[in-house]
Design a protein around this ligand. Sequence first.
Ligand code: OSB
Ligand code: MG
Length: 366
Amino acid sequence: MRLEKIELRRIVLPFLTPFETSGWRELANHSVIVRLFAEGAEGWGEAPVSTGPWYNEETYATVWVMLRDILIPLVLGADLAQPEDVDALFARVRGNRMARSAIEFAAWDLFGKLRGQSLSAMLGGTRAAVDVGVSVGVQPSIAALLDVVGGYVQAGYRRVKLKIKPGWDIEPTRAVRERWPDLRLQVDANSIYTLAAADHLAQLDAFDLLLIEQPLGHDDIFDHAKLQKRLRTPICLDESIVSPEHARWALEMGACGVINIKPSRVGGLAPARQIHDMAQAAGVPVWCGGMLETGIGRAANVALASLPNFTLPGDISASNRYFARDVVANPFALNADSTLSVPTAPGCGAVVDLAYLDQITVERLM
Ligand code: OSB
Ligand code: MG
């Protein structure tokens, strides 16, 4: 299959409420959306970047340039026999994995539509619905936090993740745990601590958490292995696992007991599946993280989370946790058992609302 045309869009889709982590605050989804055309079909992908390099090194501006000047020229002339060929084609590009993943997702969607196969089936998914939770940003007060978490519990979420940072870690976690003794609870520090905080972080062991996500450096594996020895709660790596090789290093070093897999962070669904398989062989559970995606990127995440070793709930909340209106006509909705249903239509299943997408598009190429 040869791609005939590639369309690029930068969007701004406001969040219902600002999202605050240990290091930055986001007011809207600033994704770059990719649309591939071939053989009468089209495929969609999303690079879920933001305005600055606060999570990883990529931003909407770097992704735009990388796609326009490097990745699109590489893929446009190529003969693709299967979606995995895209990752192989991009293997000589260093870093820039979110940019690569946008085309990679879209290629899976396109192949699925041409073959009449759902993305979940193509990837080897085994579930019709996936367990999900909600990621709760830093709040102005504990009272506000209990209010926000209460709203999500009311909405049916049975797993909650709290964003933490120095000055907003032990007490908010204690307050949520005391109020909801049976809630599945975990925390995410987005790389704000150093190993010097080990004794401080060990206080979190008292709260029966599923995991502590990325406490140390965004590119660290070494110190996480040291920290894990000092905590009972499993460490989960997010930022520092950017490839299957990084996953292997972390597993061999004992740097984590759990891995958060975000296909966009690792360059796409093919490398994400390799990490899944590797963790499964090592007896390490994985879950699917999120980057506040629109219904396009969310569909890729849901399909990936249907693989067998995704045994912990994902940060893949329903569309209405993020947006007043999504870019798809079939937004994901929460089922009564805190799951999202896995689409069965050919491709990723996202039905893009072109008229609305046009409205929120701020820059376009092709
Ligand atoms: O670290 O998991 C993270 C959002 C943006 C960037 C990084 C992270 C997050 C989240 C939100 O925690 C997950 C989601 O609901 O999409
Ligand atoms: Mg994280």
